[in-house]
Design a protein around this ligand. Sequence first.
Ligand SMILES: Cc1cc2nc3c(=O)[nH]c(=O)nc-3n(C[C@H](O)[C@H](O)[C@H](O)COP(=O)(O)O)c2cc1C
Length: 185
Amino acid sequence: MEFEKVIESRRSYRALEKVEITENMIEQLVKAASLAPSCYNNQPWEFVFIRSKEKLEQLFDAYSKGNEWCKQASAVIVVISKKEDDCVIEQRMYYQFDTGMATSMLLLKATELGLVAHPIAGFNPAKVRAIINLPSDYEIITLLIIGKKSLDLSSLTKTWQIESEMHRPERKKIQEFFFIDNFGK
Ligand SMILES: Cc1cc2nc3c(=O)[nH]c(=O)nc-3n(C[C@H](O)[C@H](O)[C@H](O)COP(=O)(O)O)c2cc1C
């Protein structure tokens, strides 16, 4: 797929159907993430792939209200990191930024593979931590809900979610966040 097409096609769809997530797909996703830049090449990101039916069902109880659509996930990737694993320069902590960049690479590779990879913040971290036996010094940054786009919208509980399947949520105007030479211009 052309790069431009990958960028344009990536969407956080919520209506999902099951798809087999093969070893080869996982390898490609992880490889893409691993090539992201990071401060001093610290590579602070780690990913826990959840594929077993048993663990996917345990996660049902961890999803926030409104994220019931996540129960259709074919896999879930728990994105984790810790502050100590990356640069801290004065007040600037880079672990979340670098982990975000690696995650973005993974999202784009998933798109190229024909998968939906949807990041969510709406989950109970304590429950997820218990399910994957995550040590307390790690932070759970996001869960990536992996699946295949479905045309069946019946799992969506809110009107805005249905609307968002048809149209990409609106972006800010470029003038609102992009400036040349001076802030605000
Ligand atoms: C950090 C983060 C947290 C998000 N949390 C949720 C969530 O809990 N539930 C949900 O349905 N979508 C969630 N989203 C998806 C956003 O709503 C979506 O990316 C945004 O509306 C833009 O749509 P698009 O990704 O299709 O372009 C999250 C996205 C990010 C990056």
